[in-house]
Design a protein around this ligand. Structure first.
Ligand code: CO
Length: 135
């Protein structure tokens, strides 16, 4: 069911400041940045082997990520697992009485499907599932 960790997301107040640790000190490389308007975040992608660290900087004060940063401060936001079949994965989780944030997967601009599991059902961890487009 689970293929690998696709990414670990970390919320930061400022992407450029965050590079001091993740790139300059730790030695990861910045592959690219993008703005995700639907979630009001700028994202920096830092590959680590077959996975990546995604740094999230909120670009407004209202989004979920902005409220998370205001309430909890910078830190780990979610972990994302890549699955073969997201509908099957969600059905299996529902069957196990796991609380889902997205009962039906959303579709990203690149066609990938994604859904979040509620942290209440995952030991306080926000868990994301990805099903990538084949090819
Ligand atoms: Co994510």
């Amino acid at each position: 069911m689970i293929k690998k960790v696709n990414h670990i997301a970390v919320v930061v107040p400022d992407l450029d400041d965050a590079m001091h640790f993740w790139v300059d000190a730790l030695g990861l490389e910045l592959s690219h940045k993008e703005h995700v308007a639907s979630q009001a975040v700028d994202v920096a992608f830092l590959p680590v082997g077959d996975s990546k660290i995604e740094l999230l900087q909120p670009t407004d004060d209202e989004s979920g990520v902005a409220r998370y940063l205001a309430k909890k401060g910078p830190g780990m936001h979610h972990i994302c697992f890549e699955v073969d079949d997201i509908e099957a994965a969600l059905a299996r989780l529902k069957e196990a009485d796991v609380q889902l944030i997205n009962e039906v997967p959303a579709t990203g601009s690149d066609g990938r499907k994604f859904a979040f599991v509620h942290p209440k059902s995952a030991n306080g961890v926000l868990v994301e599932l990805y099903e990538l487009v084949a090819g």
